[in-house]
Design a protein around this ligand. Structure first.
Ligand SMILES: *Cc1c(COP(=O)(O)O)cnc(C)c1O
Length: 368
């Protein structure tokens, strides 16, 4: 039987709009059934070389792209462990950027925070001002803050940090990568990390990280880099076209297929497809103002990958998610403290405008 569904049992394709994990294309899912190979044999070298070539194109980088067998949170920890010596500045504007600060604290660093209300973006001038007043080893931030759907201008934030040469710029682009334009080399990002299961549209299980030369120089002397997330080990593995320990081979087989699909589409067209889906969603929210709906993120700072929608009564978010589920569609609930007052649509990965239009038609019935 070749009945391909990439949604939960019973759901046809094109109905799973969770903001992570997102729907996985059947060809990509299927690749995971390949038999195992030795992770120290010739087969892995050929596979790793092919993956590296594709990853460098996808990440717009000439640097190695490290592959970790861990969820993205692990590579957030890798970032602070390899960049930190004593003090870190964390930019917090939602649940995931707060997690970055919590990780830095629990790894034993002093952490200062610039927090703006959930739903707002960070101001580069304010960040430059703060960096000028302290001595920070690194500044952490989220690109696409999945809890609020705010897109921070990481290019401008990195530019604001650039005069502070000892401060490394660590960027979580877990939902952003693959849907929002991202150029780590050109934008001066010292550690860019993402996971497999958001706009990358792979099954969960892998994380990806790009470290600048400056980041690797810091890693070489970082006192807290530990063992599992030691970037020096990743770099040594990269030289041998291997990974430091047994990688999630099955997800790497799916990555091999997905990179080919991404190359066929091109990153520019992938970003444009995400922007078109986001704009369609924003227009739909504006057309449903009478139903009490509004966009949480302000104009100019909206993620192309996910949209958080606020309900006027402050409590019917979960009811809307449930209403969709009853009709056979999956959308995301509000995240953390935004659970009652919002819901989220993950228009990311391999979704199409046609699929999104169908979703919005059903959603119109549910909200009205
Ligand atoms: C999902 C997400 C994470 C956490 O990723 P895991 O793979 O669950 O560890 C971190 N940051 C952002 C912005 C996310 O969307």
């Amino acid at each position: 039987m070749s009945q391909s569904t990439s949604a939960p049992a019973g759901l046809p394709r094109g109905r799973f709009f969770l903001p992570g994990p997102t729907e996985v294309h059947p060809d990509v899912l299927q690749a995971q059934t390949r038999p195992m190979i030795s992770h120290r044999g010739a087969g892995i070298n050929a596979l790793m070389k092919e993956l590296q070539e594709g990853l460098e194109v996808a990440f717009c980088t000439k640097r190695p792209v490290f592959i970790g067998t861990n969820s993205a949170t692990g590579f957030m920890e890798a970032g602070v462990r390899n960049a930190g010596r004593t003090r870190i500045l964390s930019l917090v504007n939602g649940a995931f950027s707060k997690r970055f600060a919590d990780i830095a604290l629990s790894c034993g660093f002093e952490v200062d925070v610039i927090e703006v209300p959930w739903g707002e973006a960070h101001d580069p001038d304010q960040v430059a001002d703060k960096l000028g007043k302290g001595s920070y080893d690194a500044v952490t931030m989220a690109h696409s803050e999945t809890s609020t759907s705010v897109l921070n201008d990481v290019r401008a934030l990195a530019a604001a940090a650039a005069p502070f040469e000892d401060t490394l710029v660590l960027v979580d682009s877990v939902s952003g990568f693959g849907g929002a334009e991202l150029r780590p080399d050109a934008w001066g990002l010292d550690w860019l990390l993402t996971g497999s299961q958001k706009s990358f549209a792979l099954p969960p299980g892998l994380a990806f990280g790009v470290a600048s030369e400056k980041m690797m120089e810091r890693a070489a002397v970082a006192p807290q880099r530990g063992y599992y997330f030691d970037l020096m080990q990743y770099a040594a593995g990269h030289e041998k076209a291997q990974s430091p320990s047994t990688p999630a081979l099955s997800v790497m087989f799916s990555l091999q297929v997905q990179l080919k699909r991404m190359q066929a589409e091109t990153m520019e067209k992938r970003w444009a497809r995400h922007t078109a889906m986001a704009e369609r969603t924003w227009a739909w929210v504006e057309a449903n103002e009478a139903a009490g709906l509004s966009l949480l993120a302000p104009e100019g700072y909206r993620s192309p990958c996910v949209t958080a929608i606020t309900v006027a009564d402050g409590e019917s978010g979960p009811k809307i998610v449930k209403g969709m589920a009853e009709k056979g569609w999956v959308i995301g609930g509000g995240y953390g403290k935004l659970k009652p007052s919002s819901f989220r649509i993950g228009h990311m990965g391999d979704h199409t405008l046609d699929e999104l239009n169908e979703l919005l038609d059903v959603l119109t019935e549910v909200v009205s």
